[in-house]
Write a protein that binds this ligand. Sequence first.
Ligand code: CO
Ligand code: ZN
Length: 344
Amino acid sequence: MKLLKKLSEACGIPGREDAIRKIVSSELKGKVTSMKTDPMGNIIAFKRGSGKGTRKRVMLAGHMDEIGFVVQSIDDKGFIRIHPLGGFDPKTLITKRVMVHGTKSIVGVIGSKPPHIMKPEERGKVPEISQLFVDVGLPGKKVRKTVSVGDQVTLDVAFSPVGDYVTGKAMDDRIGVYIMIEVMKKLRGHKVDVYGVGTVQEEVGIRGAMTSTFDVAPDIGIALDVTLACDIPGANSDPITKLGEGCAIKILDSASISNPKLVKKFVQIAKKNKIKHQMEILPRGGTDAGAMQRGHGAAAAITISIPCRYVHSVVEMISMKDVQAAVNLIVKFIQTAHEGSYEL
Ligand code: CO
Ligand code: ZN
């Protein structure tokens, strides 16, 4: 869990994934055949298979970026306006603590008018993100010394256990990065070639997975990401998935329809090895599978998801049991995959 805490608390908005890439690189150093970073920032760790001849290529993709902001402007009083990267619900942002990453990282808060001075029509109304501002407690002159337009701003919260679960920021998708790292470390005696990829810029439209797919040219692509767990009061919808009920084998979302033969194969392996799993149909949302399926020669793609409550907030909550199930399932899949073991 130490590694997950480190990943969750590290900061990296789309296009600024450096801190997460560093963690991936130091975790996998010496444990894979080779590792490289492409110009866009995707990190690709390669573990060679023992199969003879042309080996199948399996790509695992977990996105390193988290939703966040860049500094749009700084006014003379020092208040910072921000531009979002990724899908925020503005309700979840007001009065949150943030880190502004200039020449050094400084603490700020997303300010809001106190209720005492709100007009009746303002109460209950949610501001737009363009109206939000960050207060770093310094005058404009001082702010400009450390902060520039374009610097990243991330939400700031500590990772922590909560009851049977864990909670923190950026579980979307540091949990996918974590699973990728764990799988790469665990793999032994596999016949296929495996590429563990920490992708960039997923939250702004699955961009890094697209380019890394052209590079890796996978036969099989497995995206690792969170999915909605709406097993909460008042959700008024299908729960999609439930926390603690196992990793989710995705049937479809709005960016990809999982390869049906892969879905079947994963269900078989889960059943045979008594790995707790659930089936997932997500009406809105997508993962790196969408890029792997459409890039290069079109890989057979699937997503193995981790159920997550409160997705795209700073209290994203998951069950480590579901995470363990995902790791076990993917390791089993790769270790039993060999030429002719499945037709896709
Ligand atoms: Co997301
Ligand atoms: Zn994600």
